[in-house]
Design a protein around this ligand. Sequence first.
Ligand code: FNR
Length: 386
Amino acid sequence: APLPKLFEPLTIRGVPFQNRLLVAPMCTYSADEGKATDFHLVHYGSLTLRGWGSVLTEATAVLPEGRISPQCAGLWDDAQIASWKRVTDFIHANRGKAGVQLAHAGRKAGTQTTWVLKEAGWTGGLIASDEVGGFSSTVYGPSPIAFAKGYLTPAEATPADIQRVVDGYAAAARRAKAAGFDYVQIHGAHGYLIHEFTSPNSNKRTDAYGGSYDKRVRLALEIARTVREAFDGPVQWRISATEWIEGVAGAEKQFPGAEEEYAWWGLEQTTRFAAQLRDAGVDLLDFSSGGNDPRQQVPVTGAYQAPFAAHVKKHVPGLLVGAVGLINTPELANEIVENGEADFISLGREILRNVDWPFEAAAALGVAANPAEQYRRGWAEREIKG
Ligand code: FNR
């Protein structure tokens, strides 16, 4: 019988992925000056042992000021490479593939990690002060507009800051290669720096990096091209397909007429941008949404972001697409891939609830189990004996 498509292998730029499952990137706020710790080795290593053929690690800052919190993962310094190599070596020794999400938090950088808040007896707000590793004085975004109440008002990024970001992405992509990562994902979603620049909601610049659609996506495309050049494996991009503020009181409609008058980022711009990312050498676009406007109203139901992936897959041939968000059952995950709505499925919270999901999905879809090598001899002996 043919394999259910969820378990069909696919090779991208010479990297063979054993199935269509990806671990969704999830921040763990457990790094030491950006370096991976034992927590990362055990956490990501255990996912590899439990059948997650490809592990995508958490948002990893390309520059120190791009961290969401002082405890975020990083690849802004060569000194961080060895710590991540230890994690990817373990994943490779156990037949897995490893990806890293390269991120810059922009105006949402420099916040405090919850447990540090408690341990430090913190009485301040969301923003980490300097005593607890904060770096609020270096936070920038496209325009001096805070994301929401309690967040920093960022400095307006200077041309030098913008160049530093592009160079930071290139250098981090080279370090990702040296650290053994098989692929990278650029974090262009959730109201972090790249999304902030692309959206007219947060980018009010009047220079070459703001204003018209072309100027707003300029930084993003520069990053896509420089990472493509710096990293010779698969490059993924995560996008917020919409900001979910259509119909929210006070938010103008997205299509008022001329393109320069977009008031916020939505699916029309995503589709146009997807073709440009493809042409810049991005292999896969992963569909998330929201995160750049606290007014967002997200209709959270099963697979609610998959229709965005399906739309772009239909309109932008030659670009692989990934779906994520409340895709929790093997049947639903497989159906989305079988129907051609997406090429890959990522799971986030379900992994934390049920690390064995891939084994259970294999059983549910009638696919042979694929345990770690260490179990195989005993497994085979028992199968023969019955
Ligand atoms: C996330 N998410 C996330 N997304 C991302 O692009 N980079 C990140 O570092 C994180 N961090 C993160 C931490 C935790 C604890 C959660 C639960 C989520 C979002 C995540 O990748 C995913 O898109 C959403 O969780 C929706 O998918 P699920 O959880 O419904 O499968």
